[in-house]
Write a protein that binds this ligand. Structure first.
Ligand SMILES: [Ca+2]
Ligand SMILES: [Ca+2]
Length: 230
């Protein structure tokens, strides 16, 4: 008999809840800051939700990757996984009776940073000899590798067909940008030839006059901007 009373009581209680006029909460959005985080970085996740009855809401978060410092509350901090990709973040909002769930994708991808330097000195390019100007780069994160390079060089010479122009990365890997075909004056090049080289360290541009014909000139400095993946 006690069991029946308990059961009837439970049915009445359930009926009260379902017909009690509660309106379920509604989640309208999850906002991420930053919107496109780099791998392993922290993201603030903020949910927007309403409850027509004005009930206080509690939140429970989950994700298919990465970790939450705490998975309850609003906002919460989610640490992105260490690999690029698109991940799903889900949140439940509860008013104590009903819940609403909502999920949103977040893209985790590496960004691009840049560092610049210049060497404004002018040095002579002697006939049949080479001249070099260095730039020390130190502002990139440790271990950063080149994605692409933009540089501007200025040469004044009486015979540009005497010249080759080479760039040396900090690890001494080099590439030749002009081989007896420098167009003259100030030139700007953008290139990924040296992609993967270390960013920080000493960069050199070497101008070599190969032909001893009395034709000489000046190497009037250069500047460089190096783009790297973060
Ligand atoms: Ca409610
Ligand atoms: Ca010469």
């Amino acid at each position: 008999m006690k069991k029946y009373i308990l059961l009837i009581g439970l049915i009445i209680l359930m009926g009260y809840i379902s017909c009690g006029g509660n309106t379920a909460p509604i989640i309208t959005d999850i906002a991420f800051n930053p919107n496109q985080p780099s791998p392993g970085s922290d993201v603030t996740c903020t949910v927007s939700a309403t409850d027509e009855d004005g009930d206080p809401l509690t939140y429970a978060w989950s994700a298919n990757n990465g970790t939450f410092a705490s998975n309850t509350g609003n906002p919460v901090t989610w640490t992105a996984p260490n690999s690029e990709g698109t991940y799903s973040i889900e949140v439940e909002a509860s008013d104590g009776v009903d819940i609403d769930t909502y999920s949103e994708n977040i893209q985790v991808a590496t960004g691009v940073g840049s560092v610049s330097g210049s060497n404004p000195n002018s040095i002579q390019i002697l006939d049949g000899y080479y001249s070099a100007l260095g730039i020390t780069i130190s502002g990139a994160p440790a271990g950063a590798e080149v994605d692409s390079i933009t540089f501007t060089i200025n040469i004044d010479h009486t015979s540009y067909s005497d010249l080759t122009v080479d760039m040396y990365a900090p690890d001494s890997v080099y590439t030749r940008y002009w081989e007896f075909n420098y167009p003259g004056g100030s030139q700007t090049r953008t290139s990924s030839i040296l992609a993967g080289r270390p960013v920080n360290g000493d960069w050199w541009l070497t101008v070599t006059d190969w032909i001893m014909n009395g034709e000489e000139g000046m190497f009037n400095g250069w500047n460089i901007t190096i783009y790297y993946e973060e």
